[in-house]
Every structure is written in C-alpha cells, then in structure tokens.
Design a protein around this ligand. Structure first.
Ligand code: ZN
Length: 85
C-alpha cells in the first residue's frame, strides 16, 4: 500500500480545486517521470482502486511521461462547462 498516501493527496487536491472554483473537474492531466518508480500501468492500477466507488470514478485521466522531472505532477485540470457558457 505504498502509494495510498499519494492517491489520497491527489484526490484531496482535486476536491480543493473544485471547492475553490465551484466547478466540476472532468479531466486531469498527469505527468509521470519515465525513470520514476511509478509507471503508467502501476499508477492506473492504484488510481482505479483509489477512486473505485467514489464520484471520481468517471474522471478522465490523461497520462503523459517526461524523461526528467518530478516523479508525478498534475499538469492540468479541465473543468466542466458552466451551463449556458
Ligand atoms: Zn504500488
């Protein structure tokens, strides 16, 4: 369960961004380091466990990899459009 804390942090970050903007997040962009310990498939495995049964289950996740840099970085959030906008 080495990554549990990490995934809790991601979710609480998303929640804080929703509260701050009063908008729902529909997509999150995540960047993983190619040489980090957390590979794409491994990330997704934990991610799907972390969101299972929560309202984040339907969130779209886009993962890209970079050769150097932080092991994991949230590089972008996409919010649902406000009705009529
Ligand atoms: Zn793991």
């Amino acid at each position: 369960m080495h990554d549990t804390h990490l995934f809790k942090s991601i979710i609480s970050y998303l929640e804080s961004q929703e509260n701050k903007t009063s908008r729902k997040i529909k997509k999150v962009h995540i960047c993983l380091s190619e040489f980090g310990s957390l590979k794409r498939d491994h990330f997704l495995e934990h991610y799907s466990q972390a969101v299972c049964g929560t309202r984040w289950e339907s969130l779209e996740v886009v993962i890209s990899t970079i050769p150097f840099g932080s092991e994991l970085e949230i590089t972008g959030l996409e919010f649902e459009r406000i009705n009529g906008g």
